[in-house]
Design a protein around this ligand. Structure first.
Ligand code: ACO
Length: 398
């Protein structure tokens, strides 16, 4: 086999691949995607089977440790998480300082970053024990942080976790302040978290790996991932989809005007929740979420005109040459927001929910990166296009 990096080094050749369209940044054995066939597997297990039958914590274990846990391992893993579910007082105080109107993603990122200040003996990512402990701390505390961010943003008192209660049930209780959590909502939430749990080298995961490649703590790396995820071209798309649907609804519900704008690329407007760098076929997660959206809205008795608008947009897109020729299909974010809305989450909480779901993936990818002997600090090259050498001119003479 040709050692491409040695070859490039010896010839001094640099490849330019803006946005890493064709450049692999790593080898990985965690998640497999076939974008042409619409296939997604975690550690070999089809996403459809995991979404149907597994739980979020079991999937977290699978992603991080590589195998499904037996009953004892799952019990031990859950118990280890339960021991850390309480939030440090200082983190709670920090969350309370967020000004009204702050976006929950900004507060979430700050709180995750702050965990490094409260867990000083878990900061060395090369130490397997410290890294393992930090991973458990993140999995344990992020639900309480996300719930606290939601409560604070809504002007409601923050609720403490109940470590004796189920992970997802307790997250919903802390968020909505109601003890009787609907089992259908729990099942749907668990499934949505599973669907978001990993997606190989996407923007936020690549960010987590990049930051970690400098041996920064897992807290610093994951908080950087949260920052990447907040962008509307990435995790922020779920929020943008609902805003788009609301705009179409408020202007009478006719999607064709909007679609004309998209196709003419007026003001750079895009059909949010459509298109994907890797999937050039239906995103398998979107297929699951679309069906779940119908089921959950039916069960909760919350019919939503926006679901009809979304389906109308998809129907137009699937028959339109613009979308067909560019292979643009709904991605995972197209229908998720409608479920979150039916559950009672405000739009600004959609991307924090995505962050909670993606957490196991970030942790697993971080561990794979830091334990891989082939890992080097991430440091892309560039093709310089600036000025050639010129002499400095004093300000008075410019
Ligand atoms: N609406 C309209 N046109 C689109 C869309 C869209 N949603 N997505 C891509 N296109 C067009 C582009 O304008 C481009 O057209 P051109 O060939 O005439 O220039 C072509 O399709 C290819 O698009 P790129 O931007 O080159 O594709 P890229 O792989 O860089 O981007 C991305 C992928 C960012 C997901 C893009 O499809 C997009 O912006 N989608 C909307 C935002 C979104 O839903 N993001 C969530 C992604 S999934 C996730 O992070 C969970």
């Amino acid at each position: 086999a040709v050692d491409i990096s040695a070859l490039l080094k010896s010839t001094g050749l640099v490849t330019l691949d803006t946005g890493f369209v064709n450049t692999a940044s790593t080898q990985s054995s965690i998640t497999y995607i076939d974008g042409d066939e619409g296939i997604l597997r975690y550690r070999g297990y089809p996403i459809e089977q995991l979404a149907e039958a597994s739980t979020f914590l079991e999937v977290a274990y699978l992603l991080i440790y590589g195998e499904l846990p037996d009953a004892q391992r799952l019990t031990d893993f859950t118990a280890a998480i339960d021991r850390h579910r309480e939030l440090d007082e200082g983190v709670k105080q920090l969350l309370a300082t967020a000004p009204a109107g702050a976006h929950p993603m900004a507060v979430l990122q700050a709180a995750i970053s702050a965990l490094a200040a409260f867990h000083l003996d878990t900061l060395d990512p090369r130490d397997a024990e410290q890294r393992g402990q930090a991973s458990i701390i993140l999995l344990a505390k992020v639900p309480a942080i996300v719930a606290a961010v939601a409560r604070h943003a809504a002007g409601e008192p923050v609720l403490d976790p109940d470590p004796s209660s189920d992970y997802v049930v307790d997250f919903l209780r802390m968020t909505f302040g109601q003890d009787d959590v609907d089992p259908d909502v729990v099942k749907a939430m668990d499934m949505l978290l599973i669907l978001h749990a990993d997606h190989e080298q996407n923007c936020s995961t690549s960010t987590v790996r990049m930051v970690g490649s400098a041996h920064a703590s897992i807290y610093a790396s994951v908080s950087a991932g949260v920052g990447a995820l907040s962008g509307p071209l990435h995790g922020g798309a779920n929020e943008a989809v609902l805003e788009m649907l609301a705009d179409i609804q408020s202007s009478g519900g006719d999607a064709s005007d909007f679609m004309t704008k998209v196709k003419n690329k007026e003001d750079g407007v895009r059909l949010m929740g459509f298109g994907h760098r890797v999937y050039k076929n239906y995103d398998p997660r979107a297929a699951i979420v679309k069906k779940a959206a119908h089921d959950v809205l039916d069960k909760l008795g919350k019919q939503d005109e926006m679901l009809d608008i979304a389906m109308g947009l998809e129907e137009i897109a699937l028959q339109d040459e613009y979308f067909i020729s560019r292979k643009l299909y709904p991605n995972v974010d197209f229908y998720t927001g409608l479920i979150y809305k039916a559950m009672g989450f405000p739009t600004t909480m959609f991307t924090p929910l995505f962050s909670l779901g993606r957490l196991p993936g970030w942790i697993a990818q971080f561990a794979e990166m830091i334990t891989d002997p082939a890992t080097k600090i991430g440091r892309p090259r560039q093709v310089y296009t600036g000025a050639t050498e010129r002499d400095y001119v004093a300000v008075a003479e410019r």
